[in-house]
Structures are given as structure tokens and as C-alpha cells.
Design a binder for this molecule. Structure first.
Ligand SMILES: CC(=O)SCCNC(=O)CCNC(=O)[C@H](O)C(C)(C)COP(=O)(O)OP(=O)(O)OC[C@H]1O[C@@H](n2cnc3c(N)ncnc32)[C@H](O)[C@@H]1OP(=O)(O)O
Ligand SMILES: N[C@@H](CCO)C(=O)O
Length: 377
């Protein structure tokens, strides 16, 4: 496999993909990027799985926002995930909207976008698509599977579903199930989308106006859950946008209001409302223990050879340390070698996207050991 920095490609999979729902999907397109080169014995591949609204542009410029990749701090030549040494793969998840099949794409049966006729998907379905991508790329076993948040949930599904294809795994700020509170926040977001008159029961793709207002409100609510109370206080406190601006109306007087509006309005430029419904639903359905008679450790029985690292962040109240610890305990009970750390960080859930030296330190050490145990320098 010839490597280029930020090589974008699309995999077209003709074989029908059997989904957890029982439905089949065909064809399936996958938008993905690779960085670096696969070595001769195909032992240096690392998959990075993105979070809910993330994308395959982990270390390259986003085609819509023009911003640099969401982990470009960590992925590149000489960086933590060194593309001079490793073959990095990152693909857009099933159901999303940047090249991988989702509700925005044409339903072959009707010739029109799927909309909400798109089948229900799960995190495990996303991982099945990634496994097909690995087949296409000629990667049998991953040196490492890494992901934060929903990315971490995908790593857990890798450990349950394709453990034989994984040598080591990193799960950051994740959980093996969605709690009632997680589902509740997502439901508020979905209701905001569906209450937007421009949603049109999901059939808005041929219309000039999209359900942007609803999607923006969904993002504003969700974004609060990605931060900590202290982070919001530190950033904005009760500061006003402008002292003179107190209007007694409903313009964004407080900085935090203006900030959330900005997060909402920039989000709708890069994301599809129906994709948001489907992916949040997939996360809500996640309950790995439930599929294994209520015992999470049973899910990882076949992963005893995989070296794992689980990291939580002290101020993450979305997927708190208790949920991450439950994952680490279950891995340990299944005989999986696992290290666990709670990193003290003020940033809340999104800490895994930010510059947190202790996280970098742990990831560096873990990767170096994993590479050595796989015979890589
Ligand atoms: C794998 C993945 O998850 S990929 C997807 C991840 N990306 C996202 O989630 C994107 C949105 N999320 C964020 O921005 C997250 O907070 C982070 C963690 C990614 C980045 O955090 P930070 O670097 O601390 O950025 P911060 O949260 O302060 O936001 C900065 C933005 O808010 C804007 N902003 C700050 N204050 C205000 C204000 N008072 N009024 C309006 N806008 C404001 C800034 O101008 C900046 O805008 P820009 O992003 O358009 O350049
Ligand atoms: N802020 C990230 C993480 C959410 O879990 C995202 O939007 O994908």
C-alpha cells in the first residue's frame, strides 16, 4: 500500500451488509483517509475511530470547515501516531455524512435519498463496515485500535466482534452502555431536529431550507454535556458580550449564549440532521453487557490476547470515570491485560480532543510497548 499524507479514498462495497436490525444495506460506500504506509509484514496498521460528529479527517483539512484535523496534534510525521512508522486509517462511520453511506445517500430502491427510511444502525454495524475496509486495505490484524467517546465504543465492539484482528486497544472517555441520562440528552436533541418545520419527516434534501435551527439547538444542548461546569465558568463566567449591549431582549447578551449559538450554527454547516438522528440512536442502543447475559466481562472473553488501555477524565460527567472503570474491570475479569487511568483534567468530556499532556504521555508509553510486543521498533 503506497502511503501519502491524508490520502482520501472511497471504498465501494457491493456485498450486502447485514445489520443488527436484520436489514441489509447494499451498496455501502466508505469515505476514509490513510496516512503513512503499510509495512511489508502488514503489522503497523492503526485504526482511529471518531466520535459522534467526527470524521475521517483526523489529520487533514476538513473539506467544509477548512479547519485542520481533529487530532492533527497527535497524528503525522514524528508525532505520537507517527506516520513515518505507522499506517493510520480513519473512516467516516456508517450513517454519517462525509462519504460513508447514510440517510443522505440515494436509496437504490427509490432513486431518492434514504431519509428516515434508512435502516436503524448500531455501533457494531459501524465496526463491521470498518472490518470490510481493513479487508480492502489488506490489513488482517491491527497493531492498535484507538478511539474516544463514540470512537471508544467502537473499540469495545472491535474487542467483542473481531478480537482476533486487534493486537492492542485504547478506549478514551467512553462507556459500554448508554445510561438513561445519556439517552435523555440525545432525545432532547432529536426532538429539536424533528420539531423544526424544515425537517419534513426527514425528506428535506431537495429543499432549499434544511432543519438547521433544530440541529443547532441539538448541538447546543449536546455541547454543554461535552464541557464541565468549571470549564464554562473559566471560559465565560457571567460575562456579557458587551457591557453596553444589555438589551432586555433575547439577543445573545451572555458570552456563553453567544458561544453556544456559534457552536450550533457552525455545526449545521458540516453535519446532516438525519445523520445526527441515526448516530445518536446507535449510541443509545449500545448496551454490550445486555447482549452477553448482563455480564460485561463475558463480552471480552475472546480478547484475552489484546493489550488494552482505558482512560477517563476527572470532569467528564457524560461518560464518567465510573463507566470507564466498569469497562476496565470487565476487561480485567475477562483476563484481558488492561491499564486504567483517570486523568485529572478541567475540560470535561471533550478533553480527549484537547492538549492534555498526561494523556499524550500515557498514549506514547502504551503505543511504544504495543509496537515492541509486535516486533516493531
Ligand atoms: C473525533 C471528534 O470528536 S471530531 C469532532 C470534534 N469537534 C467538535 O466537537 C467541534 C466542536 N467542539 C469544540 O470546539 C470543542 O470544544 C473542542 C474540544 C473540539 C475544541 O475546544 P476549544 O479549542 O477549547 O475551543 P472552544 O470550545 O473554546 O471553541 C472555540 C470557538 O468558539 C468561539 N467562541 C469563543 N467565545 C465565543 C463567544 N463569546 N461568542 C461566540 N463564539 C465564541 C471561537 O471563536 C471559536 O470558534 P471557531 O471554532 O469557529 O474558530
Ligand atoms: N465533541 C465530540 C465528542 C462528542 O462525544 C463530537 O462532537 O463528536
Amino acid at each position: 500500500m503506497q502511503g501519502r499524507e491524508g490520502h482520501t479514498a472511497t471504498l465501494f462495497r457491493k456485498d450486502p451488509l447485514k445489520l443488527d436490525s436484520g436489514a441489509t444495506l447494499s451498496p455501502v460506500n466508505v469515505g476514509y483517509e490513510t496516512y503513512g504506509s503499510l509495512n511489508a509484514d502488514r503489522s503497523n496498521a492503526i485504526i482511529i475511530c471518531h466520535a459522534l460528529t467526527g470524521d475521517q479527517y483526523v489529520a487533514s483539512t476538513h473539506p467544509i470547515t477548512g479547519k485542520e484535523g481533529w487530532w492533527s496534534r497527535l497524528v503525522g510525521p514524528g508525532k505520537l501516531y507517527d506516520t513515518d512508522k505507522y499506517f493510520i486509517i480513519c473512516s467516516n462511520v456508517l450513517g454519517s455524512c462525509l462519504g460513508t453511506t447514510g440517510p443522505w445517500e440515494e436509496n437504490p430502491a427509490t432513486g431518492k435519498p434514504w431519509g428516515i427510511d434508512f435502516p436503524v444502525i448500531t455501533i457494531r454495524d459501524m465496526v463491521r463496515v470498518q472490518a470490510a475496509l481493513l479487508d480492502h486495505l489488506g490489513v488482517e490484524t491491527l497493531l492498535m485500535a484507538v478511539g474516544g467517546s463514540m470512537g471508544g465504543m467502537q473499540i469495545l465492539e472491535w474487542l467483542c466482534t473481531f478480537p482476533e484482528r486487534v493486537h492492542s486497544a485504547v478506549i478514551l472517555a467512553a462507556a459500554a452502555r448508554h445510561t438513561a441520562q445519556n439517552i435523555a440528552f440525545h432525545e432532547v436533541g432529536r426532538q429539536a431536529v424533528m420539531a423544526d418545520p424544515n425537517w419534513h419527516e426527514g425528506r428535506y434534501y431537495d429543499k432549499a431550507a434544511k432543519p438547521d435551527k433544530g440541529l443547532a439547538v441539538a448541538r447546543m444542548t449536546a455541547h454543554i454535556t461535552y464541557l464541565s461546569e468549571n470549564a464554562l465558568t473559566e471560559k465565560f463566567g457571567r460575562n456579557l458580550q458587551s457591557r453596553e449591549a444589555i438589551s432586555f431582549g433575547f439577543e445573545a447578551d451572555f458570552q456563553v449564549e453567544s458561544y453556544l449559538r456559534h457552536q450550533g450554527s457552525t455545526f449545521v454547516d458540516r453535519f446532516d440532521a438525519n445523520s445526527y438522528l441515526y448516530i445518536t440512536r446507535a449510541m443509545d442502543y449500545l448496551d454490550i453487557a445486555d447482549r452477553h447475559g448482563g455480564r460485561l466481562s463475558d463480552a471480552f472473553k475472546k480478547a484475552a490476547h489484546v493489550r488494552c488501555c482505558v482512560i477517563s477524565f476527572s470532569t467528564d460527567w457524560l461518560y464518567p470515570t465510573s463507566e470507564n472503570k466498569a469497562v476496565a474491570h470487565a476487561l480485567n475479569a475477562a483476563g484481558v491485560p488492561v491499564s486504567f487511568a483517570e486523568i485529572d483534567s478541567p475540560y470535561g468530556h471533550d478533553a480527549f480532543l484537547l492538549d492534555v499532556p498526561q494523556m499524550d504521555h500515557m498514549l506514547t508509553g502504551f503505543l511504544s510497548t504495543a509496537a515492541k510486543t509486535r516486533g516493531l521498533k
